[in-house]
Structure formats: C-alpha cells, structure tokens
Unconditional design. Structure first.
Length: 385
C-alpha cells in the first residue's frame, strides 16, 4: 500500500542534537533528487518522518502533498506551535500519520488532524490496547497501522482489532537502496540560497549558478522529473527545468540541501563533466543545435562517465526532451553530432575540426567556476544554515 522511507548511514560528523533533522533531510534529498521518487516508490505513497523543525515550518517541505504521508515522530513535543504547524499542513492537503502513538503523550490532541495512527505491537504497552483503539475509532476515516510485526501472534492482534494496515518483519524486510552520486559543493548550495532570498532575484542568475555545478544541475533535473509527472512537455535545458519546478520550490530544495550537507564534493572530480557540458554548448552553433540543450546533453554524458553509468540509465531518471534523449541513447540528431565531435576530440581525433579554441574556453570557464567556489568556501562554512 505504501513505503516508509528511512535513513540508513553513518552520522559520525553530525551533532547528536540534529541527527533526526539530518536523517529526515537526507531521506528527502536522496529520494527526490538522487533516486527520483518514481524509482523508489512508483505511484505509491511514501511515509516520511518529520522532526519539529519541519512541522513548525522552520525548515521547508520542498514537495507537494500528492505522494507523501508526513509521520509526526513520537519525540516531537506537542505544544501550540506544533499543533498550528500540523493544522496548516493538513489544511494544505498533506496526510498526517502519528508514529509510535501512545495515549497520554499529548499526541492524542492530533487525532482530529491525522489520517493514520501507528501502533507498536512489539515494544508498545498493549495492556490498554482495547481502549486506545476505541478512542481512535471515534474519528471516522482514521486508519490504524499495526507496526513492528514480527510474529504470527502480533498479526493475530492486528486482525482482532481490525487494524487496516500492517508493517513489520513478519511481512517483509526493509530494502536498502543505493545509487552513485556526487553532492553539490557547499558553496554552490549557499550561493543559490542567497541568490534566491534576494527580492529581485533573476532567473538568469539562478540558471547560471545551477548550470555551473554539474551535481547541482543533475539534482534539479531529477526534481523536475517528479514535477513533470503527467506533463506532456519535456526538458531541453536547465533553465526550462527551473521554470517547471518554480523558484519557490527551488529555494526549498536548496535550503534542504544545505541542511543535508555534511561533507564537500571533491571539486576536481566535477571539472571534466563541467568542461564537457560547456564544450558541447560552445560547439552547438556549428551544428545548428540549441546551446542550452547541448549543455544538458554534455552534462548528462559527463556525469554518466563520472558515475560509471551508461547515458541510457541516466536518461531513464530525467524528463529530457526527445532530441536530448535520442542524442544520449542513440547518438542521433544534431545534438548527437555535437556529442560525437566532443567525444572524438577527447579521444585525440580531429576529424570534426579543430576544437582546441572552444575546448580551452570550456576549460577556462570550468576552472574559473570551480576555483571561485573554493576561494569563498571558508566564508560559507563559517555560517552554517
């Protein structure tokens, strides 16, 4: 019926007081920008844990309510601010689940706002289970999720009380998902957040920042894939992806990625991919191809090489325009010619003409971009979000 998305990884570099928030941020960023939500869950809902920072709006939710269920952790202390935050989320269309529900913890105040209540049948106190279930049943439409089911006896309890949904090892084991990825540099994230906060933000400036960091651009393209569900238009440039997502959601994702940031991406690994994207953009007029589409084709091709993936595998995760997709998968069209020319030059073949000038320009642009990020990185890291 649904998936619950949980964080699995090391937290050596994360302060104990913000580990829950980091875990939630990492799950959101990875599910939507590294894997793509369709790859993780298909069209099923995803339950995602929320900490107080997200509930109260101090950290933004970068997605709409269509495919998520927001789990309010049992560790969230219920007060007026939390109740107001959850009320606003429910009114905005988000479905709410109360995790590890215990009567008397204060979370019973949220029953009127929730769609699901999760009851722990392994370590929870079952002595008063009948009265707790009776109180929950006073709220029509509220479904009970029997969680942490590990034995047939616990399944029988769920049956006895008519609990609609079940979750636990007796039914299935969790699956750990992994994918090759490169984090956008911290400087680029912070620069993007700062630019988006400017009252007179220009789309050209945002496009420039995102396009200058291959990993960041790939994340934006993946986010646009989830936004593009059901939309007939396909992406042929980074600018178009930004317009499809909207600056408000771009701001939310950038803020969330700052929270998610624990380590730096090795800038030198991005130079090759960025140079390839820029070189394709420079060559596009020679082949009467669109420069923006050529940049995207070069970016995806370069990142695929860097991450030991095929361009075809990358294309499946992105809502690319047909000409960009065809160029990457079959080498057809004018963009395919651009990619072949760049590939030939990289392999030492000059059959398509002398590309030394455009290549040096691409190298210069890429090096200056990454050097600028390194120069200002210490200032950025001194002011964590």
């Amino acid at each position: 019926m649904a998936f619950e998305l949980l964080f699995r990884g090391r937290m050596d570099a994360v302060a104990s007081g913000r580990q829950d928030t980091y875990a939630t941020s990492a799950v959101m960023v990875n599910a939507f920008t590294e894997f793509g939500i369709a790859e993780v869950a298909g069209n099923r809902p995803c339950f995602i844990n929320l900490t107080r920072e997200f509930v109260t709006g101090r950290l933004p939710l970068p997605f709409g309510p269509e495919q998520v269920v927001l789990e309010i952790l049992e560790t969230v202390e219920i007060d007026d601010e939390v109740i107001a935050g959850i009320t606003a989320l429910a009114e905005a269309g988000y479905r709410i689940a109360l995790d590890d529900f215990v009567w008397g913890s204060g979370h019973e105040q949220l029953l009127g706002l929730a769609s699901y209540v999760k009851l722990d049948l392994l370590d929870g106190d079952l002595s008063d289970l009948e009265s707790v279930v009776a109180e929950i049943r006073r709220h029509p439409g509220l479904q009970i999720v029997a969680e942490r089911l590990e034995t047939e006896e616990q399944l029988a309890i769920a049956d006895r009380y008519g609990m609609e949904l079940r979750q636990g090892y007796v039914l299935s084991r969790p699956q750990v998902l992994s994918t090759p990825s490169l984090s956008p540099s911290r400087m680029r994230r912070l620069e993007l957040v700062a630019a988006l906060m400017h009252p007179d933000v220009r789309l050209d400036k945002i496009t420039q920042i995102i396009a200058s960091d291959p990993a960041l651009a790939m994340r934006v393209l993946r986010v646009s894939n989830s936004v593009a569900a059901g939309v007939t238009s396909r992406i042929s440039s980074v600018r178009q992806a930004i317009m499809m997502i909207g600056l408000t959601h771009i701001r939310r994702w950038a803020t969330l990625m700052v929270v998610d940031d624990v380590g730096e991406a090795p800038e030198e690994q991005l130079l090759t991919a960025l140079t390839k994207a820029r070189l394709c953009e420079n060559l596009a007029p020679r082949f009467r191809a669109d420069p923006g589409a050529a940049f995207v084709a070069g970016l995806v091709s370069g990142m695929a090489e860097l991450m030991a993936m095929t361009p075809a595998a990358m294309v499946e995760q992105l809502p690319l325009a047909a000409d960009v997709s065809d160029a990457l998968t079959t080498g057809s069209g004018r963009l395919g010619e651009v990619l072949r020319a760049v590939q030939a030059y990289g392999e030492g073949s000059w059959g398509s003409g002398d590309l030394a000038g455009p290549f040096l320009d691409a190298m210069r642009w890429s090096t200056m971009t990454l050097t600028a990020a390194q120069r200002f990185a210490p200032v950025a890291t001194a002011h964590p979000a």
